[in-house]
Design a protein around this ligand. Sequence first.
Ligand SMILES: [Fe+2]
Length: 320
Amino acid sequence: MENILLISNEPERWDSFERGLRGSYKFIISNPSEKTNFSNATLIAIDKTEYIQKIPAAEKRKFPIVFFGNSDDFSTEISARKSGVAEFFSPPFNKELFLIRLRNVRANSENVRWMQMIRREMIYVQDCMAEILAQTVESRDKNTGGHILRTATFIGILGEEFVESGILTREQVDLIVRAALLHDVGKIGVRDSILLKPGPLTDEERLEMMSHPEKGANLIKTMQKRFESHTYLQYAYDIALNHHEYFNGKGYPNGKKGEEIPFWARLMSVVDVYDALVSDRVYRSGMPKDKAFEIIFNGSGTQFDPVILKAFDNCKDLMI
Ligand SMILES: [Fe+2]
């Protein structure tokens, strides 16, 4: 026998209904004025639309919700279904039909859960592949070891500065951190002889190096076609394409300026340069943090967005 958790302040109304279901389902009554214990339920029933607010989001994801109405009032049914109710029952009740409809509700709910689990696993696998791709690019250039993971950490810290003001949501910051891993993925298309060249680049070589934002964006666009559900790939595209743009329009590849440059790409450009300045290279030591901040602040309004630099200054202590 399975339990239907019934949230109702008039449970006696459903007594005869439950008796009709004897042997199939048992009602656990929860008064809406009290704290509800969801632990023994297999599904939830309500008899007033406002009770749906009393069900925590986590429980809503776990259990299908059905509505026991007492009339053929379509507006109540519409309102209930809009609020996430999976099935609406109203008199006259027929036990056999009720059991069939309830079985369908549970089967649909299982299918949705199954799909959600598959989706989570697909996202995890795809994230892993994206990270492996990013690390593969980085592994070609021993000079920049750890740059990708450090800049992803830094962009998370910097992004957090914009959550309280509502410019970014925490979910967006999470997506931006994941997207940042792919910012230099286009370097996969830059030849070793240029990527690993210790000395200064010729004009032609510099042009090839400067093609990495577009190469990365094209690669991500291909991934977007395959993985349509990935919101973060749009952030990854924006970041890969625009992280070398300058706030004054003098960057590359498209000379975008100001707010034409996606906000997350403006964040990336700051942490990308910061990490390059403070990190050791084979041919030089990383510079002290204060000096790196000074150089970056000299680029306020030219290379970097002044608003972002203000936030960058706020989290200076958290930057290693
Ligand atoms: Fe880059």
